[in-house]
Design a protein around this ligand. Structure first.
Ligand SMILES: Nc1ncnc2c1ncn2[C@@H]1O[C@H](COP(=O)(O)OP(=O)(O)OP(=O)(O)O)[C@@H](O)[C@H]1O
Ligand SMILES: [Mg+2]
Length: 131
């Protein structure tokens, strides 16, 4: 697999456990979607945007069809067979993002694959105390 990474160095308002749960699910989903892809590629890109930190997790997997797009964030929606998916990952990830003042969205690039976009509040530098 080819991994593309590009991050701006900033501080975001989310605790490590929550961020980890979100990323484990988004990256896990991306890897699942690329299983049949002969040249799998994953892009992890983070940059400040509109006063938030915008982290994009993009894959060149099989993408998401029109019907599934409507249900992605619903609890227990899964297209994975048997025990492989509970359909809770995106529901949980979206609520963890919202709980910290952020947002989880999705884009469907015309070139194929899927991009999840996680927006998190930036930690604004504390102004110095006046003496
Ligand atoms: N990157 C992706 N590419 C293609 N389809 C995706 C991607 N991410 C999610 N999906 C689709 O959305 C569905 C729901 O994802 P979600 O993470 O909520 O559940 P899951 O991965 O099926 O199960 P769980 O995360 O609970 O183990 C997946 O079953 C899959 O159909
Ligand atoms: Mg999942």
């Amino acid at each position: 697999m080819q991994l593309h990474r590009e991050f701006a160095d900033v501080q975001v308002q989310i605790d490590q456990t929550r961020l980890e749960q979100i990323l484990v699910n988004l990256i896990g989903n991306a890897l699942d979607a690329m299983q049949a892809q002969p040249l799998p590629q994953l892009w992890l890109e983070g940059e400040p945007h509109d006063g938030k930190y915008r982290l994009r997790v993009r894959d060149n997997g099989h993408g998401i069809d029109a019907e599934a797009r409507k249900h992605l964030f619903e609890p227990f929606f899964t297209t994975k067979p048997g025990e492989q998916g509970l359909g809770l990952g995106l529901t949980l990830s979206a609520s963890l993002a919202a709980a910290t003042g952020g947002h989880l969205g999705v884009e469907h690039p015309a070139s194929g694959g899927t991009t999840f976009v996680l927006s998190l509040p930036l930690v604004s530098p504390t102004p110095a105390e006046p003496i």
